[in-house]
Design a protein. Structure first.
Length: 271
């Protein structure tokens, strides 16, 4: 989007976002000039404490060579199930477990609990990228890898790691459901590419589960999509939802730039 004096890159752009209104991403997009219509489209429910307790005890004892995380939500869901995730990670690292993550946002979720990721997937972040990163390691461990994740998580990571010779345990930490109805924060801003109030509408699709939920809730009124990463773009393609642009990185400057270019394409009639 062309910028004049005092303009921000996302002035005049409404960004639909499946996040809490006070999330970091919502705040940064607002600072970049966007009107952010943010509300969760997916509902996340942690599994029962007893269903996770054995693996959490083993993780704390250092019985896993690696713990692999593909989403920043995973640790929050373990917390919500009643565990002290920071203490578990501290004990695991002290006992020799390493931590691998998909993307910088997931790395931050580890850092927020007092630890650093030993391995972060390349840019753009994806489970496939994490598998590729593991391919550079010589496997000297006889301990398994633990993958705590959503019950709907794709099998890309465990299948890829097993193909490299690792023993992998998948632990379903939480379940994902679509919200019953479209939140008011989003419903009132609809109107196609150019909304009734003259703003340019864009939906930032941050994951495959968000794509599925949004497709069901928006129906034919769905706004044009910008995908965060190839997994989101792949799901949008499966759903038949046209994608204006794919942001290759989870870094906020890249996200803002991708959204601004997509909005400019709409306004100039190229979309």
């Amino acid at each position: 989007m062309p910028q004049g004096s005092g303009q921000k890159p996302l002035d005049g752009v409404r960004v639909f976002l499946s996040r809490e209104a006070d999330s970091h991403m919502s705040r940064v997009l607002t600072l970049a000039g966007a009107t952010v219509a943010a509300a969760p489209l997916c509902l996340y429910t942690p599994r029962e404490y007893d269903a996770l307790a054995t693996q959490m005890e083993r993780l704390a004892a250092g019985e896993y060579a690696w713990m692999c995380l593909s989403s920043p939500r995973t640790l929050a869901m373990i917390d919500a199930a009643g565990f002290d995730t920071a203490a578990i990670l501290a004990s695991a690292v002290r006992n020799g477990t390493q931590i691998a993550v998909v993307g910088p946002t997931t790395a931050v979720s580890v850092f927020d609990r007092g630890q650093r990721a030993d391995l972060t997937a390349g840019d753009p972040p994806s489970s496939a990228a994490l598998v590729t990163s593991f391919a550079n390691f010589i496997m000297l461990e006889d301990r398994p890898i633990l993958i705590p994740c959503a019950s709907i998580a794709k099998e890309t990571l465990p299948i890829g790691l097993r193909a490299l010779g690792w023993d992998v345990e998948v632990l379903h930490v939480y379940d994902t459901e679509t919200a019953e109805r479209l939140p008011e924060a989003m419903a009132e801003g609809l109107g196609g590419y150019l909304a009734r109030d003259g703003m340019t509408n864009l939906f930032l699709v941050t994951s495959g589960s968000v794509a599925r939920a949004a497709h069901a809730l928006f129906g034919e009124a769905r706004p044009p999509a910008v995908a965060l990463g190839e997994p989101s773009a792949s799901m949008l393609k499966q759903l038949g939802w046209p994608t204006l642009a794919v942001c290759p990185s989870a870094n906020m400057p890249d996200i803002i730039d991708t959204l601004a270019r997509a909005a400019s394409d709409i306004e100039e009639g190229r979309a």
